[in-house]
Ligand binder design. Structure first.
Ligand code: BGC
Length: 358
């Protein structure tokens, strides 16, 4: 009798646990494909996506492709085979996924582009990202203000500048470049900004797969080839990773913080970048709050899976060569030593302890 009662109680408990969502196999599975773990932002994006989707009751499978296109294709194929009901993709190469995304579409799986637009396909339903052109204009506007380029124009002064732009296979990189040039091109034209290498076009300044090593190599070559008699004043860099490479090249060339260290820009507000801003080795970065992007994207997944309409605030800018993809744009914020505390620390993105410069 006692044994029977025990079995009934155990069965009841198992039933209650199953019903309360304790068992992942009951849940709808969402596949999240991320490009790489080599840059901190994608690790944060993945963690935030997982947390937000789980909070909404989904099971989540996250894969990182380590910047290898074929790896990402296989990971998406695996997601489809596993029976995911929705795919979220931050691509390694935005043009290389056309076939595998068609497979997803043929299996009735909606696809949401995360941060990077998926190009040349109609198998993408929505896009969640930051205002990518706005990232560029904010970097450029920062440079104009920090270097007082309007005053320099009136006083016939000039500054040297070199450009380190993003990956040619990432649609964001061109948007960012266009944002930068919309603001800085007039100063290149009127001679207030002087680019001694002459490399100002997107083709000449884009760095494949956002490689820190390439940025460092370029900076070393530029400094030794063009900047022996005149210092580099501005390194207009599109990514924190580039800023680290440029820092190494400058140190090897004998530049010193507080003396002749140039203005260096970046993007992503990585922990190391904020530390470098505090120590003066980087001037600014662009904060893209991955907590907000992940929350918006997870809400999109939820709406799509429930047959609803996700929140959209841009229906014009993101044409992927096949269609204009309905998009939610989050706001990027320029960060430097004057506002990192209020925006990054006070919002709990990083703690004071994490930012201790050793
Ligand atoms: C993202 C940037 C990031 C870059 C390199 C871009 O697609 O928008 O935030 O810095 O990739 O990872």
């Amino acid at each position: 009798m006692i044994k029977k009662l025990f079995i009934i109680i155990c069965s009841l408990m198992f039933f209650i646990i199953s019903c309360s969502g304790g068992n992942d196999s009951d849940k709808i599975l969402v596949g999240v494909a991320m490009p790489t773990q080599s840059s901190e932002r994608w690790i944060n994006d993945a963690a935030n996506m997982k947390a937000n989707l789980e909070k909404l009751g989904y099971a989540v499978d996250i894969q990182f492709a380590e910047d290898d296109v074929q790896t990402q294709v296989s990971q998406i194929e695996n997601f489809i085979a596993k029976g995911v009901k929705c795919l979220v993709v931050a691509s390694v190469d935005s043009q290389a996924l056309v076939n595998v995304l068609d497979q997803a579409k043929n299996n009735g799986i909606p696809v949401i582009a995360y941060d990077r637009l998926l190009m040349d396909t109609d198998s993408v339903s929505y896009y969640a990202t930051f205002d990518n052109k706005g990232v560029g204009t904010k970097i450029a506007e920062y440079i104009v203000k920090a270097k007082n380029l309007e005053t320099a124009k009136q006083e016939n002064r000039s500054y040297t500048v070199e450009f380190f732009m993003g990956s040619p296979d990432d649609n964001n990189a061109l948007f960012l470049y266009n944002g930068i040039m919309e603001v800085l091109q007039p100063y290149l034209d009127n001679g207030v900004l002087v680019c001694k290498t002459g490399r100002t076009s997107f083709q000449d300044t884009c760095i494949l797969r956002w490689s820190q090593e390439t940025a460092q190599q370029w900076a070393e070559n530029y400094l030794s080839g063009y900047y022996n008699n005149q210092k580099l004043d501005i390194a207009c860099s599109a990514f924190d990773g580039f800023a680290y490479g440029i820092r190494s090249a400058l140190e090897a060339s004998g530049y010193k913080v507080g003396e002749d260290w140039p203005l260096i820009s970046g993007q992503d507000a990585e922990l190391m970048a904020i530390k470098n801003i505090i120590s003066g080795h980087q001037t600014m970065t662009i904060f893209k709050d991955t907590r907000i992007l992940a929350e918006k994207c997870a809400a999109m997944v939820d709406a799509v899976l429930k047959g609803g309409e996700p929140e959209i605030n841009d229906t014009t800018q993101y044409n992927n060569n096949v269609k204009v993809v309905p998009t939610y744009l989050c706001e990027p914020i320029a960060i430097d030593k004057n506002n990192y505390q209020s925006i990054i620390v006070d919002s709990g993105y990083y703690t004071e302890e994490q930012l201790q410069v050793n």
